[in-house]
Design a protein around this ligand. Sequence first.
Ligand SMILES: [Zn+2]
Length: 50
Amino acid sequence: MSDIEGLGLGPGGECLCPNCGYKIPHERGKPCQQETCPECGSKMIRMGKR
Ligand SMILES: [Zn+2]
């Protein structure tokens, strides 16, 4: 198994709800797209540092 996740973005970061702006810490190994916002139920997107 590889330890490298998300080439270009790297580990860590946050998942952001594009609907209401709610943020949760990105869980390693779980894509943000699979997370749903606890506030509004929207699909979340990955926020990486640039
Ligand atoms: Zn939301």
